[in-house]
Every structure is written in C-alpha cells, then in structure tokens.
Design a binder for this molecule. Structure first.
Ligand SMILES: [Zn+2]
Length: 195
C-alpha cells in the first residue's frame, strides 16, 4: 500500500535581497543638470560647498533634498533598506530586504497534484507501476480476486489503451482484476488490493 506524502515545500523568499535602482530625473535635479562644458561634475555629496559655480552648488543642494526626501519616505517602509550614494549620473543605489513572504506565497498553497515539483507522472507511467505491483503481490500472496483503486485517468487508460495488457495479467494470475476509480486519489496514487 502506498502512502502519499504532502510536503510543505515553501521556498524562503524572506531572505531575498532585491537591488533597486532609483533614477532621479532631470526635473528633480533642476537646472543643475546643465553642467558647464569642460567642467567635470564632482558628484559627491558634501563637496558642494567647495564649488564656486552656481549650477554645481544648486545641483548638490537639489541632490541633498532628494536624498532627504527619499530617506524620509523609506523610514515608513517596513522592509530593511540601505541607501548607498548618488552617482555622477544622478542614480541612487538602494538595497531593499523583503521581510514578508511574496504575494504569491500569501495567496497560494503548494500544488496538491505535484506537491510543488511542477511535474506529475503520466497515466501511462502509473499503469506500468500498477502492473509491476500486481506481479509483485500476486507472486507472494494467495488471493481470489484483485482490486485496483486509482485516479480516474489511470482507470480509463487501463480500460482502453492498456486493456490488452490487463487481460494478459488476468490470464497470467488466473484471477479476475476489478478496477475502481478513487475520486480523492491524485494521479500517481493507487492501491492494489488482493482479496
Ligand atoms: Zn503542480
């Protein structure tokens, strides 16, 4: 007899760290984005005061505003975030660690048919397993008749494509083989019962 196992196989998404790049547009940076030709942008925060050019200073002022606004917004975020820096191009590199399971894991359960593997045995494969199980059991025990309990798709295949093979088994064992659909069985669940 087979016992089916239901594994709760839930990949842990909580530990996944997603890297998010936030692009700060030219609008946020204001007129500072029109840097003078030949004047390399320094980019680093805190160096703005040393720049004598008005545009550079204003740009860094705007970057500080954006930085502070982002920090304030992220302080309300329950996920753990780390802001790294504003790059020359006005990009902020940010890591955000999810502390909750993904939405799919909140709303869904593992697939009962395949237990999360993504594959199930075909009815054909299960039929051949049943044939081997019949041969194994009938070689060991005395019985008057034989009952096969299985999923509907498997029973249908036994009655159709595999009916000749099933007939041969009846001749071989000299006993009748009865088939019964078990509504609650998964595709790869079956029982071979000697009676
Ligand atoms: Zn599945």
């Amino acid at each position: 007899m087979r016992i089916s196992h239901f594994f709760i196989d839930r990949p842990i998404f909580a530990g996944v760290i997603s890297i998010v790049f936030v692009i700060i547009g030219a609008v946020a940076l204001g007129r500072g984005s029109t840097a003078q030709p030949g004047q390399p942008a320094t980019g680093r925060r805190g160096q703005a005061a040393s720049q004598s050019k008005g545009g550079q200073t204003e740009r860094h002022g705007n970057r500080d505003k954006v930085w502070r606004a982002l920090e304030a917004a992220l302080s309300k975020d329950k996920a753990k975030t780390t802001l790294n820096r504003i790059s020359e191009l006005g990009l902020i590199e940010m890591t955000r660690k999810r502390t909750r399971e993904s939405l799919a894991h909140q709303l869904c359960a593992p697939c009962a048919a395949c237990e999360g593997r993504g594959y199930v045995k075909t009815p054909e494969t299960v039929c051949y397993e049943i044939f081997r199980e019949i041969l194994r059991q009938t070689g060991q025990f005395e019985f008057q008749e034989l009952l096969v309990l299985a999923h509907q798709d498997v029973i249908e295949r036994l009655l159709d494509e595999e009916s000749a093979a099933l007939g041969e088994l009846e001749v071989l064992t000299g006993k009748p083989i009865r088939l019964q659909t078990e509504a609650l069985y998964l595709i790869d669940q079956y029982d071979v019962v000697l009676m």
